[in-house]
Design a binder for this molecule. Structure first.
Ligand SMILES: Cc1cc2nc3c(=O)[nH]c(=O)nc-3n(C[C@H](O)[C@H](O)[C@H](O)COP(=O)(O)O)c2cc1C
Length: 282
């Protein structure tokens, strides 16, 4: 028996114009983030709509909607089903399409199908000096692929920084930054993001500090951090430092996975732990 497909919301940037019945028209801001599911859509607005009110919506879809420019915009008669206050004079409005023009409906269904079938994208950004964290990153990547993710693995390669054990420990302890060269810091295209580092002097490695300073596009994302360590001294502190750095990046949830370097030898055990960890967050 076929398993029912999982319901998924897709996030699409559309331009939205609202023509209320009383000839009232307004342009919402261009990059209004709209959530569209099979039954309707959600948008942010500064107008308080009465629930059960009718709205005529004009939606202009982004380029990957797949149509020619002149057919990327559609009208849809909709009904407001839900209004939620999300801030001072800011509301999240949920509307249900009531009557949709056939051309729009066909195109929308095709577009949603395409979006729903698209694989989820994950990015694993990590630093590894002697290969342990890299080994863990690769196991995580494999497990994500088994779960139908497309994965980008990004190993941070500092172009400067200390070369001795003492120097590396000191720069980590002092939360120094290093030059990580030209690396992609825009994470907005990913559904899930992983950051990895060895524990260095009770801290994350400086290369990860630099990357966390620079990266963006984490709003509302699921984020996980993973670490490898030696004796285990200061691993909790390292996690707290990373969590603190990520705290103000508006992420939806943050989880940490820690594996001792000696445990990495037992690959099956690490696979199981990674799997269990993932089950808890996906
Ligand atoms: C400079 C330096 C400092 C370290 N400090 C710690 C530490 O404070 N606590 C700990 O448990 N392990 C510490 N370790 C051990 C590493 O965390 C461990 O070997 C890790 O798995 C290395 O990852 P990598 O092979 O990806 O570089 C340190 C290693 C180095 C090189």
């Amino acid at each position: 028996m076929n398993e029912a497909p999982k319901r998924k919301h897709v996030r699409i940037n559309v331009n939205l114009k609202i023509c209320a019945k009383h000839e009232y028209r307004m342009d919402l801001c261009d990059s209004n983030v709209v959530d569209i599911s099979k039954i309707g859509l959600c948008f942010k607005t500064d107008i308080l709509y009465p629930v059960e009110a009718e709205l005529e919506l004009e939606l202009e879809f982004p380029q990957d909607f797949g149509a020619k420019e002149e057919t990327r915009s559609f009208y849809a008669l909709s009904e407001v089903r839900r209004v939620e206050k999300i801030g001072k004079n800011r509301y999240l409005t949920g509307v249900e399409f009531k009557k949709v023009y056939p051309r729009f409906k066909r195109r929308l269904n095709k577009f949603l199908k395409m979006k729903l079938e698209k694989k989820m994208q994950a990015c694993i950004v990590y630093f590894s000096l002697t290969g342990n964290t890299q080994q863990l990153a690769q196991i995580i990547s494999q497990e994500l692929k088994h779960k139908n993710f497309e994965v980008d693995l990004v190993r941070l390669e500092p172009v400067d920084g200390a070369s001795t054990f003492a120097g590396q420990g000191m720069t980590a302890l002092q939360r120094k930054r290093v030059n990580i060269g030209d690396v992609n810091c825009d994470l907005s295209m990913y559904d899930m993001i992983w950051f990895g580092s060895p524990v260095w002097a009770f801290s994350p490695a400086p290369a990860l500090n630099t990357y966390l300073d620079k990266c963006y596009g984490l709003d509302g994302k699921k984020v996980a951090a993973f670490y490898t360590y030696g004796s285990g001294t200061g691993k909790g502190r390292a996690v707290r430092i990373v969590n603190k750095m990520l705290e103000h990046k508006k992420i939806k949830s943050l989880h940490s996975l820690l594996i001792a370097q000696r445990d990495l030898k037992n690959t099956q055990d690490v696979n199981d732990r990674v799997n269990e960890f993932m089950e808890g967050i996906l």
